[in-house]
Design a protein around this ligand. Structure first.
Ligand code: SF4
Length: 100
């Protein structure tokens, strides 16, 4: 077994502590990017009348307060449907106008 000095141990621990937050953020981004798309026939989606294409051009997921996708993304997360992505052009009855 290899003996390491206290300095080596503290140095390697510092590197792990410094890198960990960026790994966590990166893995969250990957999870969000790879989350499955919400199926309109999903029970909760049906309950809120979710559709991939909004019937009203001015009221879409992309300008909903609950949408957290990137401005230029076609799909993104929504607080109402955790773990799923909704279409930026979509809509549901929980739509709330984005503040600002
Ligand atoms: S609450 Fe409804 S309208 Fe708003 S982002 Fe989510 S699915 Fe789209």
């Amino acid at each position: 077994m290899k003996n390491i000095t206290r300095r080596q141990f503290l140095g390697s621990t510092a590197v792990v502590v410094a890198i960990s937050p960026s790994l966590i953020l990166t893995s969250r981004s990957v999870v969000a990017a790879e989350a499955p798309r919400l199926d309109p026939i999903d029970a909760q989606a049906k309950a809120l009348a979710y559709v991939h294409q909004s019937p009203t051009a001015d009221n879409v997921c992309a300008n909903c307060q609950l949408y957290t996708g990137a401005a230029d993304a076609e799909w993104g997360p929504c607080a109402i449907f955790p773990g799923k992505q909704v279409a930026a052009a979509g809509w549901c009855s929980a739509w709330v106008k984005q503040a600002g």
